[in-house]
Design a protein around this ligand. Sequence first.
Ligand code: PEP
Ligand code: MG
Length: 597
Amino acid sequence: MRPTDAGVAATGSRRREMRFSGHPISPGIGIGPLYEATEPELNFQHKKIAAADIAAETARLEDAIALSRKQLIKLKSKLASLPEQSQTEIDPLIDAYLHMLGNSRLVRGARLRISDMLLGPEAAVMEEAEAQAEAILALTGSDKAGRLRRAEEVREIARRVLRNLTRLPFRNFTELKPGTILAAESLRPADAALIQPSNFAGVITAEGGADGHTAVMLRALGLPAVLGATGVLEAARPGMLAIIDGEAGTIILNPSPKSLAAAHARLAERARNQRTLARLLRVPAETSDHVKVDLQANLELPFELPMIAESGAHGIGLMRSEFIFMNRETLPDEDTQTAIYRDIIEAMDGDPVTIRVLDWGSDKEVEALADYTPDTAEANPALGLRGIRLLLRHPELFETQLAAILRASAAGPVRIMLPMVGFKSEITAAWEIYDRVWRRLKRRNIRMAEARPPLGIMIETPAAALAARHLAKHAEFFAIGTNDLTMYTLAADRSLPVGSKLYDPFEPTILRLIYETVVAATAAKIPVSLCGELASRPEATPLLFGLGIRQFSMHGNAIPRVKRAIRAVSSTQCLQLAATALELPDADSVRTLLAGD
Ligand code: PEP
Ligand code: MG
């Protein structure tokens, strides 16, 4: 995103309404000026490099340039999915950027600053870009707007190279004016965890998938959000007015008066709907023939607790504890963790809380755990060390967390859940550690729940779903995580952009794995719930009920809609629906069935 340019705006071309689409993440209409999520201060060493290091430092520059080119080429390949008008706007800009990353004056100048002036590549690229931007601005002539734009393009491409040279820990949302729409190329889950929902009218990003952890976090915050809207940042300017529709997945930049009026009308309609949904708080969650279901909430950070209380959730079905480890320099120790868990358990006032132990790795980076992650970069982190695999390698982390949960268990009912289980051996190894910690605390007379809290597992890999009847002998409950289950079964990343159509939890293969898991849990007489994002989609509720799910856990905002969906159907209808869906060949047929077409 480039700064607002009054001169360019005056030409009129920037005033045209522009439409983009991406993943609909979280329902709601957001109207407000755009705010770019700025990266933190780009700090880098200004001190001279040694002559002996010229080759190595130049190689670092070349790597960062190559990566920047790769990112832009990827972006360009995605442009085809955009409306033609937006393509015409953005395509030449990406070409200009790619040109600047070739053997351009910028690149040649930066190389010379390394070899002749002994500057590090970060300083070399920024100083060269600044010198060129100033030279452009010093030119005379009538096209002032064009000069401003070109100078900013040079600075922008240098910032991209610099970002690729420097790995930055956190974003900075502090300069934010309330009511703005946060726009970013991508947001990591840790960035999303820093967002205060009251400060934003919504969030848009150019990258990111529908069930990635950033999406999970934004849904939990209840912010209207559209992710993975290719090309939107190239057209956007800070301060530009935007409308986002988190349900339809659309973004309108520079909306026309007609679009604005329509958005305001939808906002009013939504407020009316919300009032109707609020009335559902008092009615039971059951089918029309009175078969009850349990609707619980997923929780990422303690500040969501009031929202959860308002949602009518009956307990917390998934607390993603990794979020309390993010955005801090040191790990929370046993006392700190105990206090956090205890607060949550107390706030739920007797309703059960399921705490999932640390699931980090893959797209969930935790800076404070950097020393615990694999030394060598994994080619495919989602298929490498993650969740329980990492915890078993670092039992000291696992033990601390288990001890904290057990100490907090004195405050109310709690269950402990293991993430990313694939094999029986992982559960038995976890049991050994859990037993040891329980006995140690008992010996020390630490106050805990009278009975040892149940230890259960997530079913989120095809291996776990297929082995569910064996795993059920070692686990005290199951929770089906459809986000990862879909990703690993379909070999399609949960962060894929909307156009890819590869990641789809409605595929019958996923439904079959859910069904198999429910059958195994029922045979073993252990509880089973579903806590992936699919649980929050009301169109899926009757189907999931028909597959045997009676306990759903989702972000609090979704609970009223899911309750409405379950109250609208009978258990017989749901069973028929599931039986038919299991036999269908693909996700589209399942969706058609659910839509009743
Ligand atoms: C899941 O995979 O469905 C799940 C609930 O876990 P997470 O989204 O945290 O990976
Ligand atoms: Mg998961």
